[in-house]
Design a protein around this ligand. Structure first.
Ligand code: AVJ
Length: 328
């Protein structure tokens, strides 16, 4: 534990480097009949930067829609939950969190912020900034993986708002999504609420445009995972030989991103001592981003022991922020 000052406490559960268990994921994912890598490996410094640029693209509506909902409904969320603290999963720079912290401060309920993120620098910087911005705020930061370290959450200081924003829940495949939500529900008390951001099913043309932007930023973001593997695992992917593919799977109602080899590729992965071949046009799945209907949301939450209380949406019903609580 690092104690920076009286307000800030940081706990680290990740060793530097082994952060996202990249090597094991690559070994699994590239030896499968249908090659696949988990989307969490996009986010090195360059990937995080590219994602920030995606959020500003005209085609990528989720970030703006979610922020609009939070701005519009933050006071109501605080009133409904009486939240004294926020536990934020994948907190990043906490940009949207400030909207909620402001509303809690306004209501006089704000006591503590508990960010959980894999990037230590992000936690340290956010903690330092927020204790300045919100006098009296306590920050209990957790450097960890929200899939593995939920049991390290501190005891609640009061009604807790667990927030998981951005639509990141959509990265889970359907079964893992429910398993994850179940784990989350188990970590929650009866006075706690989950505030969950989910992208909504809509016109496929709008969805596909959001993942095929005209500037090619999403394509660069997608290919970035190959740069990460090259650097971290001494691999030699010819990154430019892989084309960005993103489409809406209408049956499963998720966006799927892939990288397609433009010609036969031989890749050596030094750190694993393996060689991988891609046939011409062979694809590597890099991300799914599930889109929700109210029924899907309610069903997934119910399967996890959570009861849906409110679904808040923007005027165009592009995105939803929902409030749910453990079923009693
Ligand atoms: C951060 C997972 C919510 O799925 O829309 C953006 C990531 N991928 N463009 C999403 C992403 C391609 C994003 N999430």
């Amino acid at each position: 534990m690092t104690v920076a000052n009286a307000e800030i406490e940081i706990h680290t559960y990740l060793a530097a480097g082994d952060e996202r268990a990249l090597a094991d994921d690559v070994l699994d994912g590239l030896t499968r009949p249908f090659k696949e890598l988990p989307p969490k490996h996009f986010y090195d410094a360059r990937g995080a930067d590219l994602f920030d640029r995606i959020c500003d693209l005209p085609e990528y509506y989720p970030t703006r829609a979610e922020r609009a909902i939070l701005r519009e409904r933050a006071a109501e969320i605080v009133e409904l939950t009486g939240a004294a603290e926020i536990v934020e999963l994948g907190s990043g720079t906490a940009a949207k969190t400030r909207i909620l912290l402001d509303a809690m401060q306004e209501a006089g309920t704000l006591r503590r912020y508990v960010p959980l993120d894999v990037t230590e620098s992000m936690i340290l910087d956010t903690a330092a900034t927020l204790v300045e911005e919100y006098p009296g705020l306590l920050v209990h930061g957790i450097v960890g993986d929200f899939e593995r370290h939920l049991h390290h959450l501190p005891a609640a200081l009061g009604p807790r708002l667990v927030v998981f924003l951005g639509g990141t829940i959509g990265n889970f495949t359907p079964g893992s999504r429910r398993r994850f939500l179940r784990g989350l529900a188990r970590a929650m008390g009866t006075d706690d609420h989950l505030l969950l951001g989910t992208d909504l099913v809509k016109d496929p043309a709008l969805l596909e445009a959001a993942y095929n932007d005209s500037d090619g930023v999403t394509a660069e973001f997608n290919r970035n995972v190959l740069h990460v593997v090259n650097r971290e695992l001494a691999a030699d992917f010819a990154v430019e030989a892989f084309d960005h593919v993103a489409f809406f799977d209408r049956e499963r109602e998720w966006i799927e991103m892939r990288l397609r080899a433009s010609s036969r590729q031989h890749v050596h992965i030094g750190a694993l001592g393996i060689d991988v071949v891609f046939e011409p046009r062979e694809e590597l799945r890099t991300e799914i981003s599930a889109k929700f209907t109210r029924e899907r949301l309610e069903g997934d939450l119910a399967a996890a022991g959570l009861e849906l209380e409110r679904v808040l949406s923007d005027d165009d019903e592009l995105f939803a922020v929902s409030l749910s609580r453990p079923r009693t």
